[in-house]
Design a protein around this ligand. Structure first.
Ligand code: IPE
Ligand code: IPE
Ligand code: MG
Length: 246
């Protein structure tokens, strides 16, 4: 078997389990989100330090609006506080911030903070940190189709070899390679509408550890597991070995 020893270029994470972490400690769910933020900061730092180029984090799904209003508003306040406090950190650490999802649903102050943070960090390239906020994979595919139809005449998709590249160029993360490693914390084995197009060939790692307990050691475990996988992309193991020899 030819195993894949390279560091993943792109890691995508569903940061799940904040609420259950809090409940297990008889704390309000908002404490779980706050503690989850510390995990986020340490994982961002670690990825930057070890040379991961792209880190994409699911922070708020298009379905999370269905949660109790109090929880939604505590999450929105957390986003505002983080952006107010951490923009300079992102700038000085060389982190380029991207936000994917329909941010027009957020209040205008949060939208403006996002735009400022994205623009102030746009020249950085040490780590591309993407936050998925009010994001859904189905929304992403639909917005791509709508934009193609809006911006082109109807014959643009013509059943030719370029159709794939054209379509992908309209997806939210068209500028990034697809995730190599997908991690979901919190014990669930589902995608929950995250990057459903882009995850087609990612290695999927599920752990029971709640996101607030997910530390750099847990990240190293996930990366070690990733490095033990054989990525065949439809080929056979023998073909991969032949490719190595050639
Ligand atoms: C993930 O943790 C954070 C968000 C969805 C914003 P959850 O809040 O989903 O935590 P659980 O799954 O209820 O434990
Ligand atoms: C996915 O977690 C969304 C985020 C982590 C932001 P959920 O907790 O919303 O997913 P489900 O509802 O368990 O599928
Ligand atoms: Mg959850």
């Amino acid at each position: 078997m030819s195993i894949n020893l390279e560091l993943p270029k792109h890691i995508a994470i569903v940061m799940d389990g904040n609420g259950r972490w809090a409940s297990s400690k008889f704390l309000p769910r908002s404490s779980g989100h706050l503690k989850g933020l510390r995990s986020l900061i340490s994982i961002v730092n670690k990825c930057k330090d070890i040379g991961v180029s792209y880190l994409t984090l699911f922070a708020f799904s298009s379905e999370n609006w269905k949660r109790p209003a109090e929880e939604v508003s505590s999450l929105m306040n957390l986003f505002v506080n983080v952006l107010e406090k951490e923009i300079n950190y992102l700038v000085t650490e060389g982190i380029c911030l991207h936000v994917i999802g329909d941010i027009t649903a957020f209040d205008s102050y949060l939208q403006s903070l996002i735009k400022i943070a994205v623009s102030k960090t746009s020249a950085n390239n040490k780590l591309h940190l993407t936050i998925a906020a009010n994001y859904g994979g189905r929304w992403d595919i639909l917005q791509a189709v709508r934009s193609i139809l809006d911006q082109n005449n109807s014959s643009i998709l013509s059943n030719c070899d370029n159709d794939y590249d054209l379509f992908v160029s309209y997806l939210s993360m068209s500028w990034a390679p697809d995730p190599d490693l997908f991690i979901r914390t919190g014990g669930e084995s589902r995608l929950s509408n995250f990057l459903i197009w882009q995850l087609a060939y990612s290695e999927l790692y599920f752990t029971d550890v709640y996101w607030p307990d997910f530390n750099t050691i847990e990240l190293e475990k996930a990366i070690k597991w990733y490095k033990s996988r054989e990525r065949r992309f439809g080929k056979t193991s023998e073909q991969l070995l032949d490719g190595c020899k050639g």
